[in-house]
Design a protein around this ligand. Structure first.
Ligand code: FES
Ligand code: FES
Length: 160
């Protein structure tokens, strides 16, 4: 076992891990961050998407030791317990952008990075930005509408 230090949603922690353990397994099984989903477990679907040092990454194909010293953001950090929903989360609710919800955490992580880097993202850029996240339920229309809504609300806020 190796000790690694992670800052997860703002909380710094040291945890002992096996060298072969994925970041997804360590987040869920050792640190109780169940908002991180695992579906394919092979890097194909994007369900496990988190942000590592500000950039999206697939937690199922990253070894936990590779994230040693890193700052990890998960869906659980978007709206801590008792806090209002993050604007993207509220937009997903308003636009009915989820059904089973299994893809949602990863979608939100990718969408947050997209709008942070491209606040004026076009619809095509939104679709391209979410292309690595698969949804088996919604047909994507509500998800694209939700990201568009969050984009427009943020830009209206800036203009005021
Ligand atoms: S669970 Fe990680 S990409 Fe599918
Ligand atoms: S809401 Fe079910 S997979 Fe996307």
């Amino acid at each position: 076992m190796l000790p690694i230090t992670l800052t997860v949603d703002g909380a710094r922690t040291t945890v002992e891990v096996e060298p072969r353990e994925t970041l997804a397994d360590v987040l869920r099984d050792r640190l109780g961050v169940y908002g991180v989903r695992v579906a394919c477990g092979e890097g194909h679907c994007g369900a496990c998407t988190i942000q590592l040092d500000g950039a999206t990454a697939r937690a199922c194909t990253l070894l936990a030791v590779q994230a040693d010293g890193g700052a990890i953001r998960t869906v659980e950090g978007m709206a801590p317990t008792g806090a209002p929903l993050h604007p993207l989360q509220a937009a997903f609710v308003a636009e009915h952008a989820l059904q089973c919800g299994f893809c949602t955490a990863g979608m939100l992580m990718s969408a947050e990075e997209l709008l942070r880097e491209r606040p004026q993202a076009s619809d095509d850029e939104i679709r391209a930005g979410l292309a690595g996240n698969l949804c088996r339920c919604t047909g994507y229309q509500g998800i694209v509408r939700a990201v568009r809504r969050a984009r427009d609300e943020a830009n209206e806020g800036e203009a005021r």
